[in-house]
Design a protein. Structure first.
Length: 182
């Protein structure tokens, strides 16, 4: 249903083609209203050379003088009545490099960094130690074979397989029940 037909609106469920009177002859080209197709728009490509010729570079800005330097911050002196326990402010000194630094100086670690091979050997030794700890505490009796107290899963295994067997027989019985003509 289109929104153009406002004089005789179509009721819901009514077929639009059934309302029209079917002509006795087929539709010809003269029966169709012409539709004016607009001409395609053309876009002209700008000329880059002409655009460059017309472009002017503005001159650099002129400054009267350099901007004034930032003023030093003023720190007021500590008041006398602040008490003897009050901390006094002082100006920080800037860091300067230590010209006496050597490789034996306290600023550098005395230990030489490990090589990749030494790191790998250290990790392998730690892994071997962890494996040895696990082997020492491992219980070699399988829980399925009885295991130790509190570690047997035989009862759970029997209960799960028994439940699955009951479900299987129930499903087969239900399919047989559905297949019997009643």
């Amino acid at each position: 249903m289109s929104g153009d037909n406002t004089e005789e609106p179509q009721s819901p469920g009514e077929d639009a083609i059934a309302n029209e009177t079917a002509p006795d002859s087929p539709v010809t080209a003269s029966d169709v209203e012409p539709f004016a197709v607009p001409a395609p728009e053309t876009v002209t490509t700008p000329d880059a050379a002409a655009a460059i010729e017309e472009f002017e570079v503005p001159p650099p800005p002129q400054f009267a003088s350099a901007p004034p330097p930032d003023p030093e911050p003023v720190i007021p002196p500590a008041s006398v009545d602040a008490g003897a326990g009050a901390a006094t402010r002082r100006k920080r000194s800037t860091w300067t490099p230590d010209d006496t630094w050597t490789s034996e100086s306290a600023h550098k670690q005395d230990a030489v960094p490990l090589t990749a091979a030494q790191k790998a050997e250290s990790r392998a030794a730690a892994s071997r130690a962890a494996t040895a700890r696990d082997e020492a505490t491992r219980n070699y009796v399988s829980p399925a074979a009885g295991g130790t107290d509190g570690q047997s899963y035989r009862g759970w295994t029997v209960a799960i397989y028994g439940g699955l067997t009951v479900l299987l027989f129930a499903a087969v019985g239900f399919m047989i029940f559905l297949g019997v003509p009643g």
